[in-house]
Write a protein that binds this ligand. Structure first.
Ligand code: HPA
Length: 269
């Protein structure tokens, strides 16, 4: 695996000598943050050795290097999901590459289904913790000591000081922004009413099909993490649940995107 990481990092460094300090992963319908980046270099996934190529509609698949709020960033426009058929190693590969490009902080965003009375479609939720409900753990197998420890601590997986700063930014801009627990599931089905209820009882506030594997490998490598969900549909209580489709998720994410973009831009400062 180290060979692949080294090969990919070498390729990217041959294309740009830009050294990012912050990595950004943009979720479904949230790719436009890259429009705010002063782009230095942009590379399609299909041109990057060892990179999987995203199959989901609106995950256009580009690695973007540039400056955002004065900070050097590398952003993934489009991510890889386990339900697409990639191995867990492939899903998290870009995060490992970003680490060796130099990032110290990772910002992740996603579209998620909200569970609980407090949520309305279009609300934002800062992820304060997660539940890993994906079927395969990204660190399964022999530990690579060059990347991190066998048994990583996950107590403050989501950086408390970044959470506090982001909440302040949201509040002072009158943006509805909750904090909550994200449960990462495999998908690709959206949840049944009974599953939304079960996840709510388990202690989750939002459910989605991404993020958790990337956050786990980032923490394994000692990268600081900040995560944010856009609530694109509400699945619990049952009377709040409406039919959900990928198009509805994308539309709701688009509507909430400016608020999320504002928070991330201010947070980077
Ligand atoms: N469930 C899982 N993933 C999602 C959802 C959901 O309700 N909404 C957006 N992504």
């Amino acid at each position: 695996m180290m060979n692949k990481i080294t090969e990919t990092v070498k390729y990217l460094k041959s294309k740009t000598n830009f050294t990012p300090e912050i990595g950004i992963i943009l979720g479904s319908g949230l790719g436009n943050l890259t429009d705010e980046i002063l782009i230095e270099h942009s590379i399609s996934y299909q041109d990057i050795p060892n990179f999987p190529v995203s199959t989901v509609k609106d995950h256009s698949g580009k690695l973007v290097f540039g400056t955002l709020s004065g900070k050097k960033v590398v952003a993934m426009k489009g991510r890889f999901h386990y339900y697409e058929g990639w191995s867990m190693d492939q899903v998290v590969f870009p995060v490992r590459v970003m680490k060796f490009l130099g990032i110290e902080t990772l910002i992740v965003s996603n579209a998620a289904g909200g569970m609980g009375e407090k949520f309305n479609v279009g609300d934002l939720m800062i992820i304060k913790d997660h539940i890993n409900f994906q079927p395969v753990h990204p660190l399964r197998g022999k530990n690579n000591d060059e990347l991190g420890p066998r048994f990583p601590d996950m107590t403050n997986a989501y950086d408390p000081s970044l959470i506090a700063k982001a909440q302040k930014i949201a509040d002072s801009n009158d943006i509805v922004c909750h904090q909550g627990v994200y449960i990462g599931v495999q998908g690709p089905t959206f949840e049944t009413p009974a599953e939304y209820k079960a996840f709510h009882i388990l202690g989750a506030d939002a459910v989605g099909m991404s993020t958790v594997p990337e956050v786990i490998v980032a923490r394994h490598m000692g990268i600081k993490v900040f995560g944010m969900s856009v609530i694109t549909d509400v699945g619990y209580p049952p009377e709040a649940m409406e039919d959900v489709s990928h198009d509805l998720v994308l539309a709701a994410a688009k509507n909430a995107e400016p608020a999320m973009t504002l928070i991330i831009k201010e947070l980077l400062k």
